[in-house]
Design a protein around this ligand. Structure first.
Ligand code: E4P
Length: 218
């Protein structure tokens, strides 16, 4: 399973790139707005730091406007993936871009039939929003299972990108449900490393090593 960072913060990107576990990046207009910097400039900078798919989202609501924006964004870097909303116009634009070999990420997916439609127009990624469904006291992870089943039934190649991830358990469950990618905020990715027994175990090993009187390894 690939791990993407769900952020447009360059410091966070540098950190996860340094850890060697970041396969790509997703952004959205809200994440871009948080940075208070020019959209195209940020996306260009992200592309310099991470060698993997980088989702950049259109903001037009009609297919013609989306297409124009997609053309500009796709020119920025070969790793740019065009993020499109799951609307009739978004999917219309997706079909055109897929036909031109431009990669797409269809976003704001909240039910399995939306994912079926996205696959039919050749989306590269579908982004089901787990956390936002959980927020409504419904099981967000069931959406991943349902999409996995539908895509397997019909051999769709669209990759399931579990989004709106709030905690490590979401990452675990998405992996068990067969998501191809999880995109998570920095705070969640950082917590994937944690276990108190790892810390305690390391502390004991190092204390014993000190006691042994061994000289340094190098
Ligand atoms: C995914 O591509 C979105 O950017 C993101 O995961 C949305 O997460 P949120 O529901 O925490 O805003």
């Amino acid at each position: 399973m690939d791990i993407f960072l769900d952020s447009a913060d360059l410091k966070e990107l540098e950190q996860v790139a340094d850890w060697g576990i970041c396969d790509g990046v997703t952004t959205n207009p809200s994440l871009i707005a948080k940075q208070g910097q020019d959209f195209k400039e940020i996306v260009g900078q992200i592309a310099q730091k991470i060698d993997g798919p980088i989702s950049a989202e259109v903001v037009s609501e009609d297919a013609t406007g989306m297409l124009k924006e997609a053309e500009v964004l796709a020119e920025l870097h070969p790793n740019i993936v065009i993020k499109l909303p799951l609307t009739p116009d978004g999917l219309k634009c997706c079909k055109i871009l897929s036909g031109r070999g431009i990669r797409t990420n269809v976003t704001l997916c909240f039910q399995p039939l939306q994912a079926l439609l996205a696959a039919k127009v050749g989306a590269t990624f579908i982004s089901p929003f787990i956390g936002r469904i959980d927020d409504l006291s419904t099981d967000g992870m069931q959406l991943i299972r349902d999409i996995r089943q539908i895509y397997t039934n019909y051999g769709f190649k669209t990759r399931i990108l579990a989004a709106s991830i709030r905690h490590p358990k979401h990452v675990l469950e998405a992996a068990l449900a067969g998501a191809d990618v999880v995109t998570a905020p920095f705070a969640v990715i950082k917590r994937l490393y944690n276990h108190p027994l790892t810390d305690q175990g390391l502390e004991k090993f190092l204390a014993d090593w000190k006691q042994s009187g061994q000289s340094s390894i190098v």
